[in-house]
Design a binder for this molecule. Structure first.
Ligand SMILES: [Zn+2]
Length: 458
């Protein structure tokens, strides 16, 4: 039996067990949660980060796709975090369709996000087709492996549904993360333009001495309970997750290592980590890129995971809602698609300078096909989980918290990675790396903020 047929039967079984699933999106009678885990580690030789750093040689610790399925509030809702750099455009659609099929729901009720480690796949199937036409270019993602990975996660979701547990309570915890995140766009000239980036690892004293700048200092946890038993904890924090990379060694890096340590401490609860709006946030202030620094960052994240869960006050779940808003931003006009195609073909250019334009052509063509980006929010009682695309700037996350009464909003970014960076409008004139690879113009700010308002509206 193929996984699809098996999953649909499993979903049907789960539904009949529920004491009267609530019609529509509101109400929480019979709410259940299923948890899933799948190994999505690529094979030796697979490209990392789109082919411009060393391919995979060794696996230090595996990459996982982790998530939950909520049943009993309308059609099932799937939330998934993947230890990959990115999943973009039609690959993102493929993931959502596969997981929807496995859970017996529709793709608009599936949120797939990447944690954004860099020794990992950066999956855009159209970009891969563009570079595959040039034999001398490194691959972006191997389509056979990608299809296998999607099937593995699909099977994990299907298998999980039959083991769903009731959900009676939800809680949001939060804790300040000490000495991890800093804004990476602080070095500016008199006109306010970004001069250099304080990246994920940094050894320039002038940059590490600068303050943290605008960040969201808090890690948030949304936990689901079956009576007094904590079944799943979803964690959210906004910082690029890399300590060091480009060495061909697969690792879930400091955030994934902290998650795995927390999981080992609490095997009875399913721990999932989502990266928030970290487009302009990285660990460079506190990270010199050494193994010692990775261990320190891991320890600080683990301390925050524990602290966030320490003070949680579960509330009985009375209502659940799932809202979506589709957005179709415009692609920037410069560089043009013709210029991008010329860069891909230009044998005088190297590495990212040829592969990266393929991602931008893919974004442009996807918008021509009117394939929307979906923004969604799951609201359980007084707690909202917001799902955003791409490398969104932290300002969006802070904005989302100000939109919800009580500010109980956990934000996952790095959903559909098609747009690459998503700066806020006022940061476009400041330039810098992020703006140079923001594939949409500044009108995306108004479009995305409008979508956030619609899904967070009570
Ligand atoms: Zn990034």
């Amino acid at each position: 039996m193929n996984p699809t047929r098996r999953s649909l039967m499993a979903a049907g079984t789960a539904w009949t067990l529920l004491p009267g699933p609530v019609a529509g999106a509101e109400g929480a009678g019979g709410l259940h949660i299923a948890t899933f885990r799948a190994d999505v580690t690529p094979p030796k030789g697979h490209p990392c980060c789109g082919g411009w750093i060393k391919p995979i040689e060794v696996v230090d610790d595996p990459l996982e796709a982790l998530g939950v399925v909520l049943l009993g509030a309308g059609k099932p809702i799937v939330l998934c975090a993947v230890d990959w750099t990115g999943i973009l455009n039609e690959a993102h659609v493929a993931w959502r369709e596969a997981l929807a099929q496995a859970a017996g729901t529709t793709p608009d009720r599936v949120a797939v996000h990447c944690v954004h480690q860099h020794n990992a796949p950066f999956a855009c199937l159209e970009a891969e087709k563009l570079v595959a036409a040039h034999a001398e270019l490194p691959h972006i993602v191997l389509p056979d492996f990608h299809a296998r990975a999607v099937d593995t996660v699909r099977a994990a979701v299907a298998a999980a549904i039959g083991k769903a547990a009731p959900v009676s309570h939800v809680a949001m915890g939060r804790a300040k993360v000490e000495k991890v995140a800093g804004n990476r766009r602080l070095d500016r000239d008199a006109a306010g333009r970004v001069k250099s980036m304080r990246g994920s690892a940094c050894r320039v004293a002038r940059l590490t001495d600068m303050p943290e700048g605008l960040i969201d200092p808090d890690l948030r946890t949304v936990a689901f309970y079956n009576g007094s038993r904590k079944v799943a904890s979803l964690h959210y924090y906004a910082c690029h997750p890399m300590s060091y990379y480009a060495d061909g060694r697969v690792t879930s890096d400091f955030v994934g290592l902290a998650r795995k340590a927390r999981q080992a401490e609490e095997p009875g609860c399913h721990h999932v980590y989502f990266t928030g709006c970290a487009g302009n946030i990285a660990a460079g202030k506190y990270n010199d890129g050494t193994p010692k620094a990775r261990a320190d960052l891991t320890f600080r994240m683990l301390a925050a995971l524990r602290a966030s869960e320490a003070g949680m006050e579960p509330e009985a779940v009375k209502t659940v809602s799932w809202k979506t808003a589709e957005m179709l931003p415009t692609a920037r006009v410069k560089p043009s698609v013709a210029e991008l195609l010329a860069s891909i073909a230009d044998k005088n250019l190297k590495g990212a300078a040829r592969n990266r334009p393929a991602y931008e052509v893919a974004w442009s063509r996807r918008l021509e096909k009117k394939i929307p980006v979906v923004v969604s929010a799951l609201t359980v009682g007084g707690v909202s989980l917001l799902h955003l695309p791409g490398e969104s700037f932290v300002e969006y996350q802070l904005r989302a918290q100000s939109m919800a009464p009580g500010g109980k909003v956990a934000v996952a970014a790095y959903g559909d990675g098609g747009p690459w960076y998503i700066p806020v409008k006022e940061e476009y004139p400041a330039g810098g790396y992020e703006v140079s690879v923001a594939f949409s113009d500044d009108s995306i700010d108004g479009i995305m903020t409008g979508a956030m308002k619609r899904v967070l509206a009570s």
